[in-house]
Design a protein around this ligand. Structure first.
Ligand SMILES: [Ca+2]
Ligand SMILES: [Ca+2]
Ligand SMILES: [Ca+2]
Length: 263
């Protein structure tokens, strides 16, 4: 800016024209820089608002139980099944030792797509019908569990302690969606050796989604943990959505101003 003042100092008309031109260029550059700064701030604000939505409350989401401190909506999606029974997955409230089914998530209409093919593979649109996506609102401070019912072949619960019939055995694994999915042996009945490492889905529920995969008690309780698999992802709270919308709005208006400034 000092150089600009010096250039503009002599006062004749040609100098004034070049002074005006230089000032115009400087102003435009300043506008572009301001816009870039604003865009960066808007983007970081959106990420911060979104990122801090999860730790606002303490919650459990794993084989030790499901409880939230605040009402929380979770989107469940059916992924795939590999169990020989005709099973259905539901959500149960837990009051002391009383279990009450409060929602039905996904139900198989037959045992599998094509009998034992691909280890009793059941797909969306074949064995499980409908959209394959269900939203459920967990109420604050209520204890829940997921339960996989296979009719006369019994029900297993995602909360290990509720599997009293088998001494509190782990019947479901929880983990970050892609890593758990890649770890499971979908088309073998081999024991899933790493099951004990997949007991907590809290880290991914708000970030990428948590996979939950059940072991029913078929095939002498083989512990394959791929008999019924769903994903779960928390839906951001309305205040977060507003924050995100404001952030995106800021980005859009900043871009509009930038386009205007350089045109
Ligand atoms: Ca299986
Ligand atoms: Ca099945
Ligand atoms: Ca099994």
């Amino acid at each position: 800016m000092k150089n600009v003042s010096k250039l503009a100092g002599s006062g004749n008309s040609i100098d004034k024209i070049s002074d005006n031109l230089i000032m115009e260029v400087v102003t435009k550059q300043q506008k572009i820089m301001n816009t870039k700064l604003f865009t960066a701030l808007a983007a970081s604000a959106a990420i911060t608002l979104f990122g801090t939505s999860a730790p606002a409350q303490a919650f459990s989401f794993g084989s030790n139980g499901i409880t939230f401190q605040e009402d929380t909506t979770v989107n469940f999606k059916f992924q795939e099944s590999h169990g020989a029974f005709t099973s259905s997955l539901g959500i149960y409230s837990v009051n002391n030792s009383t279990l009450t089914q409060v929602a039905s998530l996904f139900s198989e209409t037959k045992s599998s797509d094509n009998d034992g093919d691909n280890e009793w593979k059941g797909s969306l649109g074949n064995t499980v019908l409908g959209s394959g996506s269900v939203f459920f609102k967990f109420l604050a401070n209520q204890v829940y569990t997921l339960g996989l019912s296979s009719g006369s072949n019994g029900t297993v619960y995602s909360t290990s302690g509720l599997n009293a019939a088998s001494g509190g055995s782990q019947q479901a694994v929880f983990g970050e969606s892609s890593s758990l999915w890649n770890s499971l042996g979908k088309e073998t009945t081999s024991t899933f050796q790493a099951a004990g490492q997949f007991t907590d889905g809290t880290g991914s529920l708000y970030k990428g989604g948590t996979l939950i995969s059940f072991d029913d008690r078929g095939n002498v309780n083989d512990k394959d943990f791929q008999d019924f698999t769903v994903s779960a992802e928390a839906v951001p709270e309305p205040i977060t959505m507003t924050g995100l919308a404001l952030g995106l709005g800021g980005l859009i208006s900043a871009r509009r101003r930038r386009n205007k400034a350089v045109s």
